[in-house]
Ligand binder design. Structure first.
Ligand SMILES: [Zn+2]
Length: 331
């Protein structure tokens, strides 16, 4: 490795000082784990094959840091390890690198708060995605956290197998307005995340991939840092562009009725419904449209294969085009 496996900065064979601080409180932790993938598989014997989605096939395991070493643990881990998933989707070998890259694009290019994350390698060389839990306090206690399936009181029992997908981003916005005191700030973060998911072709941002967490200092709820961000189109090429529709009650803009894909007008309407100030929305979209070359250079610094890099760049170009197109001539 010649780039930091945390932030992809050039000239680092291990975690750079700033990544070490954010991920491991400054401890020198090796980017190579002390155990192999087969050892991991043995420890994690119960594998869910029920739901056919990336997040479903991508099993994870808790890790804890002991004497500057990451080790597997059944409880009390501060980290999650997500190795290469098994399943019928394409290019799954690239999934950990894809997730890490996408999280870094969100953070570095768009300033989106994300769960701390990095790549690690098993002792036999296979790559895995590592993320630090944001709900664990310095004293080891856990903050109260609820995903939006819980907030919306939807489960498989009450709403059937498709409960995570049978909803809309507009309705999540309604729940933020209802449950979050500082909802203007959080609503903008939410909109930015929905637009970012569209930008990177994350078609699996369902109800459980957004959560609220209690601020232990003030007792109010805010959005958690973003997690589980990846370009799912690399693995599921024909998946729909978004896991949920933007609008409730099957609403569609004139642009969508004409073109059948979300473009600038859809996000404009969406932002209006969420109550975001037009100028702030304008700046957010500008940033998404203007960052293509910086995003492509970060993609180049990742460990993706040439094929995956080219595809990822094409996907970003596709969405940049879509977000630069207004049916109603607003741009
Ligand atoms: Zn770094």
């Amino acid at each position: 490795m010649t780039n930091c496996p945390g932030c992809l900065k050039a000239g680092h064979h291990t975690y750079c000082p700033s990544c070490r601080k954010r991920l491991f409180d400054g401890k020198k932790v090796s980017p190579v784990l002390a155990f192999t993938r087969p050892m991991y598989n043995q420890a994690r014997s119960a594998v869910t094959t029920e739901r056919m989605s990336i997040s479903g096939v991508q099993t994870k395991m808790s890790l804890r840091l002991r004497d500057s070493r990451l080790e597997m643990t059944e409880s009390g881990g501060e980290y999650f390890l997500k190795p290469i998933p098994h399943g019928e989707f394409q290019r799954l070998d690239a999934a950990p690198i894809n997730e890490h890259l996408t999280m870094q694009i969100a953070k570095q290019m768009f300033g989106i708060p994300v769960a701390e994350n990095a790549l690690v390698a098993f002792a036999d060389g296979e790559m895995a995605y590592l993320t630090r839990r944001f709900d664990i306090q310095a004293d080891g206690s856990r903050s109260l956290q609820e995903d939006f399936a819980q907030v919306a009181q939807r489960s498989e029992e009450t709403h059937g197998r498709n409960y995570k997908y049978d909803f809309s981003y507009e309705e999540i916005g309604g729940l933020i307005r209802k449950h979050v005191a500082a909802h203007q700030v959080e609503m903008e973060k939410f909109l930015q995340l929905v637009a970012f998911n569209y930008y990177v072709h994350n078609g699996d941002a369902h109800l459980k991939n957004f959560s609220l967490i209690r601020n232990d200092r003030y007792g109010d709820y805010i959005l958690t840092p973003a997690y589980d961000l990846l370009n799912t189109r690399l693995h599921v090429p024909n998946e729909s562009r978004t896991a949920l529709p933007l609008f409730k009650d099957d609403f569609a803009t004139a642009s969508f009725r004409a073109n059948a894909f979300y473009a600038y007008d859809d996000f404009h309407e969406f932002a209006g419904r969420l109550g975001l100030h037009p100028a702030r929305f304008g700046r957010m979209m500008q940033r998404l449209r203007d960052n293509e070359s910086a995003v492509c250079s970060l993609i180049d610094r990742s460990a993706l294969s040439e094929e995956c890099k080219q595809l990822y760049k094409q996907h970003v170009q596709d969405s940049t085009r879509a977000l630069s197109y207004s049916f109603d001539g607003r741009l």
